[in-house]
Design a protein around this ligand. Structure first.
Ligand SMILES: Nc1nc2c(ncn2[C@@H]2O[C@H](COP(=O)(O)OP(=O)(O)OP(=O)(O)O)[C@@H](O)[C@H]2O)c(=O)[nH]1
Ligand SMILES: [Mg+2]
Ligand SMILES: [Zn+2]
Length: 292
């Protein structure tokens, strides 16, 4: 399923795109907010008057989910994604490792590969800033691409990263997510911030979720509600495994239920003390754990 909005779903079939609705029974059978999401593998059957209905949803390989604002309910945003592209700009807005780390956890928790996309390298000092961040996250176990849609630097690298499978872009407002997609396919004409943007504040510019097929291959989910990264959805005991740089040490702590906060004999804390794990990454871990 590649696009939803207003109760209608666009489904890619071997014979082309079809518009479909959910079969009433299937729709009512679940209490979940989103029964069918972008990326879902669905079965469609022709119905009366040339219409189609979705009558089957396959098990999901991965899910990208976020917590609803102010509540404990979670919302699945997309399914079966292969990777999450965590987008941060070197400036305007300045990058925050805390925000980046939260988004990484969101991807890890859903079983996605995570790739960092560092944008606006054309801005003064941007190249060095991007290289520093790339090195930092490389050490933590995450690859990155540095890109500028102004100079075109790194655009080919980005295109290679998204060139196969299903990806989603996550990142705060204004980091250049839509600009990147427009650069790969100018015919998309996605709205980018600038003229008229202010007046749209508070509303969702994108009301529907959709998967964009790129000319160079691959599909990218352009889903609303991704700027809000406060809603990490993961069980507290699984949070440590969402930090790639902690993983080599998990299971080596003295206590089996070690939270890696101040426990004696903690292998993660030891790695932090010895500089094998960045202190900043551990701070992000503690912050996210504190909020749970
Ligand atoms: N200098 C520079 N500016 C850029 C670059 N990419 C995007 N911008 C600018 O950054 C602003 C925000 O870009 P968008 O593509 O709208 O950002 P977005 O991440 O889609 O933002 P939301 O849709 O609000 O989440 C626009 O004014 C772009 O022109 C870049 O590589 N270099
Ligand atoms: Mg955008
Ligand atoms: Zn520990």
């Amino acid at each position: 399923m590649v696009e939803t909005g207003g109760g209608s779903y666009r489904v890619l079939t071997p014979g082309g795109d079809v518009e479909a609705t959910l079969r009433g029974k299937l729709k009512q059978g679940s209490q979940r907010a989103a029964l069918v999401v972008v990326g879902d593998l669905v079965g469609v059957r022709p119905a009366a008057e040339g219409r189609f209905v979705i009558d089957e949803v396959r098990d999901r390989k991965t899910v990208l989910a976020r917590r609803m604002q102010g509540g404990h309910a979670t919302k699945i945003v997309a399914a079966n994604l292969d990777r999450l592209l965590v987008v941060a700009s070197v400036a305007q807005p300045s990058p925050s490792t805390t925000v980046i780390d939260r988004m990484i956890v969101m991807g890890e928790a859903g079983g996605l590969k995570v790739v960092l996309v560092l944008t606006k390298t054309d801005l003064p000092g941007g190249g060095e800033q991007a290289a520093t961040l790339a090195r930092f996250y490389e050490r933590a176990g995450y690859p990155s691409v540095c890109v500028s849609v102004v100079t075109g630097d790194g655009v080919a690298d980005f295109e290679r990263v998204v060139g196969s499978g299903l990806s989603a872009l996550a990142g705060p407002s204004g980091v250049g997510k839509s600009s990147l997609l427009n650069r790969l396919d100018p015919s998309l004409g996605l709205r980018t911030s600038g003229v008229g943007r202010r007046s749209l504040r508070g509303k969702h510019t994108t009301v529907a979720s959709r998967l964009v097929s790129l000319p160079g291959g691959g599909r990218v989910a352009d889903t609303p509600g991704f700027s809000d990264v406060s809603g990490v959805r993961v069980d507290p005991e699984d949070l440590d495994a969402c930090f790639a740089d902690f993983r080599p040490y998990l299971g080596q702590c003295r206590f089996r239920d070690c939270r890696h906060l101040r426990e004696p004999g903690c292998a993660v804390l030891e790695a932090v003390a010895e500089g094998r794990v960045a202190a900043q990454r551990h701070r992000s871990y503690r912050m996210i754990l504190d909020e749970m």
